[in-house]
Design a protein around this ligand. Structure first.
Ligand SMILES: Cc1cc2nc3c(=O)[nH]c(=O)nc-3n(C[C@H](O)[C@H](O)[C@H](O)COP(=O)(O)OP(=O)(O)OC[C@H]3O[C@@H](n4cnc5c(N)ncnc54)[C@H](O)[C@@H]3O)c2cc1C
Ligand code: FES
Ligand code: FES
Length: 486
């Protein structure tokens, strides 16, 4: 067994913090506001939606030190081990002056009541560091996870564009202290398994994937926590006891993103942001779709593995990954098994997973033939919203005739699911309006959707069929669906 440490260690702005009395469900936001008295970071929704609690979390990667914006309200405190947490208080220069991003917000009237402002400043600060010349669209993506109810976004976007021209990034506090921060973080890492106890709660941070496999064989009824963008809400909204919680978001060997001749293989712990560029390059039809999952903070935390493992019927990635023929590998101890993603989902809340299993990797194959692919998300808001219906389509065409067809939907059944009857209506038939209309009709045999507060059953059935027509029109008229070459 790995050596054990009973405390977490991290850097908070310019200070080192060590904590041993940490519960599995303690949030970073409560720690900042209640224990550290850093009240610049606000609490709005406590569910990852409004961005008032945005802070930066830096961690060491193979390439150095990377900072991401995260929602402190659903980021659980144990997961901060060996990280650098940066709050809005750290932006003040040693001379006490405002940061260039803050000054731009003042000069361009980007704040009224000011409640959202620290969170917006943190998102814009992260953008300012990463992108010296952002477009309006890039600013909007950076602000997807920040809600402002009174100022309106126009002055905020103007401030962001103006801030890009202000200040010297080389003199910025995180740049100036970078080498020192890297050394400090390295010195905190003693390669130990971390075990934390507070009252009746236990949190465990394994050292690596092998250690995770060992912990899962040992611990009864654990909750695996990756990015905590689902689990965090179980804590803040449902007061659920997640102990014993096994944290995996820090495990580098679960974060790999590999490309070879066969396809793309994602470690289950890779966040949406970790794999965004590879997904956009290799599966370009998913580029916009990917940016519509959560907001920037959620994509920096949430993992594809978590989106699959939660078994939700409305998760966005399962339908589009099923359409691409994705397989997943589950691991229990040293035993691995690989299955088609659609076979993982058995029924509502029931997946093909034993207590000792964890999702280790997700393999998205490149197609053997030329295929047409599309991914659609239907939701009430364009950004930061859960799908009413989500669809992934992939068909091969030869001489105008459909070969293989994979049509998968979310929001239409108790699990993400393929549409066998509609697929059958396509296979072997000419790619014509008549064929697509037959597939649209067959869809009624594949699904009996439900009505809930997101949409009615009738709406879901109608929109799902219409998405097939849209796919047909786009392949035959505007060419929007992307061709993936073998
Ligand atoms: C504001 C907000 C917006 C969101 N928007 C979207 C959206 O647009 N589309 C969408 O699909 N989802 C959305 N979500 C939901 C969530 O972000 C995703 O489901 C995300 O992918 C979950 O990943 P995670 O790493 O945070 O999982 P966690 O919350 O850490 O875990 C989720 C579940 O998966 C299990 N788990 C995690 N990793 C593994 C593993 N490797 N092996 C076995 N079990 C594992 C956990 O035990 C838990 O049951 C949103 C959430 C929030 C808070
Ligand atoms: S408080 Fe709203 S996202 Fe955290
Ligand atoms: S300034 Fe009031 S919510 Fe944004």
């Amino acid at each position: 067994m790995s050596a054990v440490r009973n405390e977490i260690r991290f850097l908070l702005n310019d200070r080192e913090v060590r904590l041993s009395h940490v519960g599995a469900s303690d949030t970073l936001l409560d720690h900042l506001r209640l224990d550290q008295m850093l009240r610049g970071t606000k609490e709005g929704c406590a569910e990852g939606d409004c961005g008032a609690c945005t802070v930066l979390v830096g961690h060491l990667t193979g390439d150095g030190l990377r900072y991401d914006t995260v929602n402190a309200c659903i980021r659980l405190l144990p997961s901060i081990d060996l990280c650098h947490v940066v709050t809005v208080e750290h932006l003040r220069g040693s001379d006490g002056r405002l940061h260039p991003v803050q000054q731009a917000m003042v000069d361009l009237h980007g704040s009224q009541c000011g409640f959202c402002t620290p969170g917006i400043v943190m998102s814009l600060y992260a953008l300012w560091m990463q992108n010296v010349d952002p477009s309006g669209e890039e600013v909007e993506v950076a602000l997807q996870g920040n809600l402002c109810r009174c100022t309106g976004y126009e002055p905020i976007v103007r401030a962001a564009l103006d801030a890009a021209r202000r200040g010297d990034r080389a003199l910025d506090v995180l740049t100036a202290e970078r080498t020192d921060t890297v050394e400090r973080l390295k010195s905190l890492n003693d390669q130990c398994r971390v075990v934390l106890k507070k009252e009746d709660e236990t949190a465990i941070l394994p050292v690596d994937a092998d250690d995770l496999a060992a912990v899962l064989l040992d611990v009864e009824d654990p909750t695996i926590v990756a990015g905590s963008t689902d689990v965090g809400l179980w804590v803040t909204k449902f007061m659920r006891n997640i102990s014993p919680a096994i944290f995996i978001g820090h495990l580098d060997d679960l974060k790999t993103v590999k490309v070879d001749d066969a396809g793309v293989t994602l470690g289950a712990g890779a966040t949406y942001s970790d794999c965004e560029s590879v997904i956009a390059e290799r599966f370009p039809h998913l580029t916009e779709f990917w940016q519509r999952i959560g907001g920037w903070q959620v994509r920096n935390m949430g993992t594809v593995g978590g989106n699959i493992a939660n078994g939700s019927p409305i998760g966005d990635t399962p339908p589009v990954l099923i359409a691409l023929g994705t397989t997943i590998t589950l691991r229990c101890g040293d035993t691995r098994r690989t299955l088609a993603l659609e076979d993982f989902f058995i029924d509502y809340g029931k997946q093909d997973r034993q207590p000792c299993d964890f999702v280790e990797s997700i393999h998205i194959p490149f197609p053997q033939d030329e295929v047409h692919c599309a991914a659609y998300k239907i939701s009430k808001r364009k950004d930061e919203d859960i799908s009413s219906v989500c669809a992934g389509f992939s068909i091969s065409l030869k001489d105008g005739v459909v070969g293989e067809a994979r049509l998968a939907f979310g929001g239409m059944a108790a699990t993400p699911k393929r549409a066998p009857k509609a697929e059958e209506a396509l296979r072997g038939n000419a790619w014509t309006e008549q064929t697509i209309r037959a597939a649209m009709a067959a869809l009624a045999e594949d699904f009996s959707p439900i009505t809930d507060w997101r949409s009615s059953a009738e709406y879901r059935a109608k929109v799902a069929a219409n998405l097939l027509m849209r796919f047909y029109l786009e392949t035959t008229q505007t060419g929007t669906p992307v061709k993936l070459s073998a």
